[in-house]
Design a protein around this ligand. Structure first.
Ligand SMILES: NC(=O)c1ccc[n+]([C@@H]2O[C@H](COP(=O)([O-])OP(=O)(O)OC[C@H]3O[C@@H](n4cnc5c(N)ncnc54)[C@H](OP(=O)(O)O)[C@@H]3O)[C@@H](O)[C@H]2O)c1
Length: 207
């Protein structure tokens, strides 16, 4: 699959590393492509770094992995998004004696409102970026909660989750991105205030 990753930091970088290894074509959409040279070299011949709009135009699936505050600028610089799958990995986190959710709806719904015609899916936001490349916790594997209104888009994202060796969990419609983002706030609380550290993740129990 052709994947554009906007923002090549902790989350974007590891998504690119994992998907390049799994055989996907990666374009990191960044402000300074030359600064991503080391990451691109690590990902191998299937990866390049370009400006944001070129990466988005190339891609069937565009992942947004920038800070939440950058979303208005980022979304407006993506070009024509009609029909594209946009995966939102951002977290709107505010801080009030601890982490809180910093959107009146959700980052994913804000993206959908700013990009009509795009098929927005929330995913990859509920655990530390380091676990993307090492998702096993003993005999359990990390879940990725996926919220979106387009079934085909969610199926594409679920396949990309599985390509990384993680477990996709359908979390329902796009409005449930609010729940998925609140789950991220809980992860951040547990990791930073709750004394558990970053080596934690969510996995559903089933009978
Ligand atoms: N880190 C985690 O463990 C984690 C886990 C779950 C979710 N998240 C969420 O994922 C998102 C990314 O987090 P991160 O830790 O990967 O951040 P990061 O390491 O700071 O990387 C952010 C990336 O976004 C780029 N960027 C910033 N502003 C931009 C703009 N206006 N236009 C284009 N690119 C821009 C930065 O590029 P420059 O180098 O040019 O500044 C950088 O490549 C955040 O919303 C975060 O809440 C993070």
């Amino acid at each position: 699959m052709k994947i554009g990753i906007i923002g090549a930091g902790s989350i974007g970088g590891n998504l690119g590393r994992g998907w390049a290894k799994a055989g996907h074509e990666i374009r990191f959409g960044v402000r300074k492509p030359e600064a991503a040279a080391e990451l691109v070299a690590e990902c191998g011949e299937r990866a390049q770094a370009t400006d944001v709009q070129t990466a988005a135009a190339f891609a069937e699936v565009v992942v947004v992995s920038t800070p939440y505050n950058a979303l208005p600028e980022v979304v407006s610089s993506l070009g024509d998004l009609e029909g594209k799958v946009i995966v939102d990995a951002t977290n709107p986190v505010a801080w009030d004696k601890g982490p809180t959710h910093g959107s009146s709806t959700s980052a994913a719904e804000e993206i959908a409102a700013a990009a009509p015609g795009a098929r927005v899916v929330k995913a990859f936001n509920t655990f530390g970026a380091e676990h993307l490349l090492d998702p096993k916790f003993g005999d359990r594997t990390l879940d990725v909660y996926i919220a979106g209104d387009d079934a085909d888009a969610k199926a594409s994202v679920a396949a990309l989750v599985e390509a990384l060796g993680l477990v996709p969990v359908d979390a329902g419609p796009l409005r449930n991105a609010r729940l998925v983002e609140h789950l991220a706030v809980l992860w951040i609380h547990l990791a930073t205030q709750g004394g558990l550290g970053r080596d934690i993740g969510f996995s559903l129990l089933r009978k």
